[in-house]
Design a protein around this ligand. Structure first.
Ligand code: PLP
Length: 490
């Protein structure tokens, strides 16, 4: 039995390695990067190996050019569907203020899901008109703040939320702009279902409280990492049918249709259930993404705009303007993670492990079911390619970056570049046993701006109540050690 399993496993791995060889994404311009005369990957003419020697390893690097390019393209593509259309960036995807500032500079607003994110949008001076507040449960304090700021919509996720918003509006003597989130995915906890009548009931109750509530939008977010607009169009059509029924039953009209996020990027993709199962069972990575399989963003939003236009005309309802809440599309491609190979081990069965200073705490749960391209920073040296299990250093067998990834023969000290690190990397990262890395941004003239310092040991214990009181000298010593080892140039 074991022999059969091993035979099947090695067949799948061999097939995966052939596919990695044949379909690897090698064109660095897809991420706005290039190779310098030394043969190293460079961002805006800055050698990534220099970045790591100046700012420490591991290191998250934002390519400002690419960030602005992707933000502008989705903003313009959405605006082409109508002058009142809006883009609000999903804060949870990458909540670094220096990155959010750049995104807001292009005219994009904020999609927030927690009191913290709402507070942060306020700190970054995002006007209420450009804020959408989602989430399965909103605190009374955050509802109050959202009404005070007159945000574009608090999207209602459950019937009981209506009473809480009404109470807050009454207390403030101000009207709240709200939306209703439709729940299209039965296995997910979000939203109110059309079929059960809950969504219509929510709208009726909003109408009953029209002194305090204004129904501004219908919202859904039911797709993830989509290669084309088909699923968004399908859900948009269902939402419009609901808006039509709503008009017939209550006379209410809707200004905005919020289609959530879920627009994929051509350089990384989610594994299918089958691919994920095979990867977990055999360690066989699926085929790299095919950028040609992804719809360009203007076609993507254009198709949704056309569906909304045509369906509204057919149903005889006012055409709502689109709201899009992209996360991944705006920040995935512009950021990469630099890490260093610390040691190499080869087991008697031939498995090669490369221990790196990045691991599950930096490439968190998304990487488990997403395909991310990994390069060696040094692209110049011709080296035979070999499969590696890239591991972290937190002492659990589950601490892998990627299994059986085909890379040039590795040496200790090699710098690795993990692409598409700007969606759900830093926001999900943990400081499990190691402080989190610094985040820097490189501008088009090569200027480096530090967006976040690397954490120190002191940060890891900052909220503990005993260490500082009992061991102040030890604390000071740890802090010094951390400073000298984690960020030489800070
Ligand atoms: C309500 C909502 N909007 C937007 C997004 C952003 O999704 P993506 O990063 O796939 O664009 C999410 C992600 O889960 C979400 O839950």
């Amino acid at each position: 039995m074991q022999t059969l399993f091993n035979f099947v496993k090695s067949s799948f791995i061999k097939r995966s390695l052939r596919q990695q060889q044949k379909f690897a994404l090698t064109d660095l311009t897809q991420w706005g990067l290039s190779i310098n005369p030394q043969g190293h990957i460079s961002v805006n003419n800055t050698d990534v190996t220099d970045l790591i020697s100046h700012h420490g390893s591991p290191l998250l690097v934002v390519n400002r050019n690419q960030l602005i390019k992707d933000a502008n393209s989705i903003h313009n593509a959405t605006k082409q569907t109508g002058a009142d259309a809006k883009v609000v960036y999903s804060y949870k995807t990458n909540c670094i203020p220096g990155i959010l500032n750049e995104i807001h500079g292009t005219g994009i607003g904020a999609e927030v899901i927690s009191p913290y994110e709402l507070w942060l949008a306020e700190q970054l001076n995002v006007p209420g008109e450009k804020i959408v507040f989602n989430g399965v449960n909103k605190t009374d304090e955050s509802i109050t703040r959202a009404i005070e700021r007159d945000i574009l919509a608090i999207n209602i996720d459950s019937l009981s939320e209506i009473d809480r918003i009404v109470s807050a509006a009454r207390r403030l003597n101000r009207k709240a702009r709200v939306g209703v989130r439709l729940g299209f995915v039965p296995k997910a906890q979000f939203g109110l279902e059309i079929e059960s009548g809950e969504a219509m009931e929510a709208c009726r109750r909003i109408k009953q409280h029209s002194k305090w509530l204004e129904l501004n939008m219908i919202h859904f977010c039911a797709v993830s990492n989509a290669k084309n607009a088909s699923a968004h169009c399908r859900f948009a059509e269902k939402s419009l049918k609901f808006i039509h029924a709503l008009k017939a039953h209550t006379g209410m009209t809707i200004r905005y249709l919020d289609i959530g996020g879920g627009i994929g990027v051509p350089t990384s993709h989610s594994m299918t259930n089958l691919e994920y199962g095979l990867y977990r069972l055999f360690g066989s990575l699926p085929k790299p993404p095919d950028p040609n399989a992804f719809e360009d963003i203007y076609t993507f939003t254009g198709r949704i705009g056309k569906t909304v236009h045509d369906t509204s005309a057919r149903l005889g309802i006012e055409k709502p303007s689109l709201i899009v809440e992209p996360g991944r599309f705006v920040t995935s491609r512009c950021e990469f993670l630099l890490s260093t190979v610390l040691s190499i081990k080869e087991k008697t069965n031939g498995t090669k492990f490369a221990i790196t200073d990045a691991g599950r705490h930096s490439l968190t749960f998304p990487c488990e079911f997403e395909h991310h391209t990994i390069f060696t920073a040094d692209q110049g040296r011709q080296r035979k390619k070999e499969p590696y299990n890239l591991m972290g250093r937190i002492c659990t067998a589950g601490d892998f970056v990627m299994k059986n990834v085909l890379l040039p023969h590795l040496h200790e000290g090699d710098v690795l570049v993990t692409m598409d690190a700007g969606a759900y990397f830093s926001s999900f990262s943990t400081n499990f046993a190691f402080p989190r890395p610094a985040i820097i941004m490189v501008s088009d003239d090569g200027t480096v701006q530090r967006l976040r310092h690397a954490e120190t040991f002191q940060h890891l214990t900052a909220m503990d109540t005993t260490l500082h009181e009992q061991h102040p000298p030890l604390q000071a010593q740890l802090f010094q050690t951390a400073l000298s080892s984690s960020s030489p140039s800070s």
